[in-house]
Design a protein. Sequence first.
Length: 390
Amino acid sequence: MKECIKQLAEEIYPKLVKIRHDIHQHPEIRFQEERTAGVVESFLDKIGVRHSRCAGTGVVAVIGSGSSHIVGIRSELDALPMPDLSGLPYASVNENACHACGHDGHIVILLGAAWVLKKLDKDIKGTVKLIWQPAEEGGAGANKMIEGGVLDSPTPEAIFGMHGWPHLPLGKAAYRFGPSMASTDDFEIVAKGKGTHGAMPHGGIDPIAISSRIVEGIQMIRSRMINPVKPLVITVGTIHGGTAVNVIPDKVVMSGTIRCIDHETRALIPNLMERMIIDTAKASGGEAEFKITAGYPPVIDEKRSTVFAQETMTEILGPENVVEIEDPVMGGEDFAFYLEKIPGTFLRLGVGDRPSLHNSSYDFNDKSIPYGVRIMTGLAVKFTETGLPE
């Protein structure tokens, strides 16, 4: 079976490259992926795989008999709202939209898996649910898919996702037990003072000075209020205040992001930040408002699913090509929403020496596609036979 999947992955490879280049050239951002979803649906129609829509632009396909174990495999559909500066012949023709995270590669890997699984349909003992999900980039598309019933009728016993990973060598894959990616909560701070002439600061209350103290103060949460072995990042990404060099404004607005990898730390941060921000402003004679917007939970890879994936990928690629990730990444992924509902794990696929993800010159490595197809197909086929290990 392993060699058969490998041969089939190589056979469909040229077709998948053409589809990826087309998708890369026509990227669509969150919840606008109508054309991209149409490409997926057209491919599935041609190979005779039944499918349906979910969450607007999401596509769900089902392959197999349903007589044994049920597994989900997932890809994202959306691009990023940023320019494509790659200079490639198939660079984006859509203004301010770019597949700079490699979702175009993930899409065709899952299409390739669908094609191979369809070829092996009679040999599949259970059911494979293939999920092409919209709006991973900031839209919580996974949550919308769950609300739309993607994990129902049938319900997968486990789900697997995979992301192309720059600087992990081509032909290699990686996994991690436990927390692997961070939660992604955003915040806004409004520091309020009293405007006055810049040459007469005693006549007002300076919100710029207050903001400086707030930025410095909230870093004490990381250094003095949280267990130092717990990863945490609090970043102020924007500061807006003032209109002229000789005017102290009435207010300053700041925003930023909070990243951590465990639910306990995540639950502590809002109250600690609010206290620090409100009291710092008050001590300076001003006021402050604090608002937090919950984002994605941390990605916490379930142990049995990760053991299953590690063993299966080792069978497919060989032990020398499967590595364990040492440290979690403080970037986020809405695959976390699936993992709050069912077991699963989020894997990495080597794409070699590429620009970093979310770089305007990033392009998924076509040569990694067959490896991805082999992994996702192999995981699905084996899971339908064995399910999760005890």
